[in-house]
Unconditional design. Structure first.
Length: 256
């Protein structure tokens, strides 16, 4: 395989961004649901699920091991809670290969940034603790009796995180921090919400909570017409996230 990602990868990302904005703006969200709907995104991020599937197919993964829809089939065990539904998962020969968390935030930046931070940390902590406690071991796979492979080794799964953030004055302007008893870390002084999300994604990977992460910034007007987007650094680009995923997936496909 010459390219680890599909040749039309950049176009697929643009299409996912375009789908996000047009799906979101065409959907009817009640006033009461508006804040939560703006953050979670729901079906608005289906284009990115399709992107993950396209990458997995390009790597040679069988279609039936790539799950991007269905509440039950996207649900796996947790440790601090019974189950957690992810946005995309890959299971190959009874082995959990990858899980993805896809999030978005449009408006309400001050109200929701801390919630998204706590949520991302909590989900990852729950995931890795469940992995440590052998929740994803092949003996625990529901259809283990149908497997012919005697190799029960489970490679550490790939855990990916993607955030699509509205690029606007409110998200890119410096924000004052409220300090109480102690000084906050210097990188947070006069940081915008876009910068705070950048720091969050970088630290989630640095601390080993996620295998790779991506932060996408997209202006609503440009995004809904051309799928325009940007990323703060190359290491947080969707290309970097999906290349990391593809590399691990190819390793699993070769190994098992």
């Amino acid at each position: 395989m010459n390219n680890i990602l599909p040749n039309d990868f950049d176009l697929l990302v643009q299409q996912a961004v375009l789908q996000f904005w047009n799906s979101r703006l065409s959907s009817s969200v009640s006033t009461q649901e508006g804040g939560r709907g703006s953050v979670i995104g729901g079906k608005n991020l289906d284009g990115f699920s399709s992107l993950i599937k396209a990458v997995a197919q390009h790597c040679g993964a069988p279609d039936d091991c790539i799950v991007t829809s269905g509440k039950k089939t996207l649900t796996i065990p947790g440790y601090f809670r019974p189950t957690k539904m992810w946005d995309a998962i890959v299971i190959y020969k009874g082995r959990l290969v990858a899980c993805f968390e896809l999030k978005s935030q449009v408006g309400s930046f001050g109200n929701n940034f801390n919630n998204r931070t706590e949520e991302s940390i909590g989900s990852a902590t729950d995931f890795w603790t469940a992995f440590r406690e052998k929740a994803f071991d092949i003996e625990n796979f529901k259809s283990a009796n149908l497997l012919s492979d005697n190799n029960t080794v489970v490679k550490r799964p790939f855990l990916g995180y993607l955030m699509l953030l509205e690029e606007c004055n409110d998200s890119t302007s410096p924000v004052k921090v409220e300090e109480g008893n102690f000084n906050v870390f210097k990188e947070f002084y006069l940081s915008s919400y876009a910068k705070r999300y950048q720091l969050l994604c970088e630290k989630l990977v640095l601390e080993g909570l996620y295998s790779s992460a991506s932060l996408i910034l997209s202006n609503k007007d440009k995004g809904m017409t051309t799928g325009d987007y940007s990323t703060p650094t190359n290491s947080l680009s969707p290309r970097s996230l999906l290349a990391d995923f593809a590399g691990q997936l190819l390793s699993v496909l070769e190994r098992y």
